[in-house]
Design a protein around this ligand. Structure first.
Ligand code: ZN
Length: 261
């Protein structure tokens, strides 16, 4: 705005402008010289405004948007070895498929177990199939406090030096020596998705989400595989921190150096 022509000769002691109004350095200096207070009015924010702010354009800090990403919230769950399925549910027991998960071949089972830690228990913890070579328990930081254990944030399958826990099923229990992790937030994508966004397996990206608890998730691990579907997995603590639900969308951002790589 051109302050000099707007307020020719009779500048008030205070000028109020809407947030987002462009104030040039010379206008700023003019106000300072004439002792005028500048008040920037914050408008009531609605969802659309947040969305515009987050989604559009390049940023001066060197990050560039390369795509959008659907979010999926993973609740606490366990993957069981064949041996542990039998210990918990009985000899020769087979898991019952309840529903297919978005990643190829993975399913949610009818079966649940109880997690028992030194400070508390959590019942009704979902078993996911198919069986794996090693039992893996994935919980949130909040679950860890409830159970009295302090697991590290890990990529799936990376279970060395992790705490154990007791699993209780209808036919027996298992004392795990190790295998409890807080899953690292990650994005599943196909090689085609990765090419399109200029990414490769194990890259780290930023994911930004809009809304009243708008948040930038940094250090998001990219996993690339033919069998994957484009989706970001976060745990319940991460979802709650930004008031997110499965099906919502975020945007993927990379640093300029990465986006040229
Ligand atoms: Zn996942």
């Amino acid at each position: 705005m051109d302050l000099r022509s707007m307020y020719r000769g009779k500048l008030p002691s205070q000028i109020t402008v809407k947030s987002g109004t462009l104030i040039t350095p010379s206008a700023r200096q003019y106000l300072q010289e004439t002792g005028t207070t500048l008040v920037v009015q914050q408008e009531a924010k609605d969802e659309t405004q947040f969305k515009d702010r987050v989604v559009t354009g390049n940023e001066p800090n060197g990050f560039r948007q390369v795509g959008k990403i659907k979010l999926a919230v993973s609740g606490r769950h366990v993957h069981l070895s064949k041996k542990d399925v039998e210990a918990l549910f009985g000899k020769g027991y087979e898991l019952t498929k309840r529903s297919e998960l978005s990643q190829f071949g993975q399913y949610s089972a009818e079966e649940t177990v109880v997690l028992a830690g030194p400070k508390g228990i959590i019942i009704g913890v979902r078993v996911l199939g198919p069986e794996r070579s090693q039992t893996q328990v994935e919980i949130s930081r909040t679950d860890g406090y409830r159970l009295g254990i302090n697991p590290p944030e890990r990529d799936s399958g990376d279970l060395s030096v992790t705490p154990g826990i007791t699993l209780i099923g209808p036919r027996g229990s298992v004392d795990l020596e190790e295998g409890v992790i807080i899953p690292l937030r990650h994005i599943h994508m196909t090689p085609e998705d990765a090419r399109r966004m200029g990414l490769k397996d194990r890259d780290k990206v930023q994911v930004r989400v809009s809304g009243p608890r708008s948040l930038v998730f940094d250090e998001v691990l990219v996993r690339v595989n033919e069998d994957y579907n484009l989706e970001m997995h976060i745990d319940t603590d991460e979802a709650n921190a930004a008031s997110l639900q499965t099906g919502m969308e975020g945007t993927i951002w990379v640093t300029e150096e990465k986006s040229h790589g």
